[in-house]
Design a protein. Structure first.
Lengths: 212, 212
DNA sequence: CGATGTGAATAATTTCACAGCG
DNA sequence: CGCTGTGAAATTATTCACATCG
């Protein structure tokens, strides 16, 4: 791999580019198909300069007057984003959000497969969601270790998040996507990404009150 | 209001601070209760310098040797973030994600109330979720206008997102939280926030492949 | 003192602008 | 030509460091 260091802001946009390029691939099965930084920018609502600067980090091999070979660019982005592999994922928390995530089609298409779901509520244990049985949390370390699973999605309440994150890292998890409304900490070497749905709404209301 | 211009990165963190302060408020009902930038920083996994710089934008009125009056700080943040008001929200898309969002407790607590849910699937129209009947999409403009609703949450598939966003802005929506895996555009004066669950996972896999 | 508030320094990100290639 | 690739400039964000206040 060894890709130098790509800024986080760029990584985030690379995933957008990849998704929009997918449409291109689907539309024309024909051989050579090129896209310019300007076109990709207008599709993603970003400037051509931003697109070129971002792609610069991954050595996209664009051609003057033509742009980027879409198929080749996708392969390059997949390698950078780790989408050329399949990833087993455990989901912790079988509430409404956990359920939505377990049924979310987008994950599997990108190579992320939820292989186990855990909760501490005996009421929920044993239910079958999208082909996966909800398992009791006490079994999680065993499943992670025997399956050599490195990615976890956390969809548990505020108070339970940090404790679960600790349990996950102890069991060998290396990357956590946390949906609890509290940012969780992890030892270095473990990557945590916090997504807070309420925060996102608050951004909107701040915009509305700062207008006028 | 008129708060000067607060950087987007700071706004995002202000919402975190607010959430963590909530715990403080709940724990001690006693009168004066102060928190320092250092304490707040260690709770949120940020540096004291970042906390002070962020709060600087909202004139928090901290006291040397003591820190910030928690109750007063909450009120200040609420005003900046628009949490001292109640916001009516429409939800578009009654799939699994839409369902999780409609049952999500966090929104209502912050003053965001989902008052209507829309879908174009006749199969789903009429169902009752958390006290709200799923309505047909054809009625959305009327509901938005008569309710003077300004915030919408979009949880529809890729292909439907931009069209729906256009319909929403035409009906008077001023802020959109978009969960579709495509960023949508809107005229200036309308604020769009894109949240892509797949993107978040891709950040994790990039981290895992860039290690080693 | 030990905390805030805040200029100033540093770092990161975005944007510009243009040489050079096919 | 019209595009990429890429230094350099501009902007934005973070961190430092310290005067100041209760």
């Amino acid at each position: 791999m060894m890709k130098g260091n790509i800024p986080p802001a760029t990584i985030e946009r690379l995933t957008y580019y990849r998704r929009h390029l997918e449409r291109y691939l689907n539309r024309s099965a024909s051989g050579a198909n090129f896209i310019s930084s300007g076109e990709l920018g207008s599709q993603t609502h970003l400037s051509a300069a931003t697109v070129r600067r971002d792609l610069f980090y991954v050595k996209p091999g664009g051609k003057p007057r033509l742009g980027y070979d879409v198929k080749k660019l996708c392969l390059t982005l997949d390698a950078v984003l780790g989408l050329d592999k399949r990833w087993k994922v455990v989901l912790v928390g079988a509430g409404n959000l956990g359920k939505a995530l377990s049924f979310y089609q987008g994950f599997r298409k990108l190579g992320f497969e939820i292989v186990a779901i855990f909760d501490n509520d005996r009421e929920k244990v044993g239910r079958n969601w999208n082909g996966i049985k909800v398992n009791h949390i006490k079994n999680i370390a065993g499943v992670i270790k025997s399956g050599k699973i490195r990615i976890a999605v956390l969809a548990v309440p505020f108070g339970a998040a940090q404790g679960m994150a600790d349990m996950l890292t102890k069991a060998g998890i290396k990357a956590i996507l946390n949906f609890a409304p509290v940012s969780v900490a992890a030892p270095s070497g473990v990557f945590v990404r916090n997504v807070d749905l309420s925060t996102e709404l608050e951004n909107l209301s701040h915009f509305l009150v700062s207008e006028a």
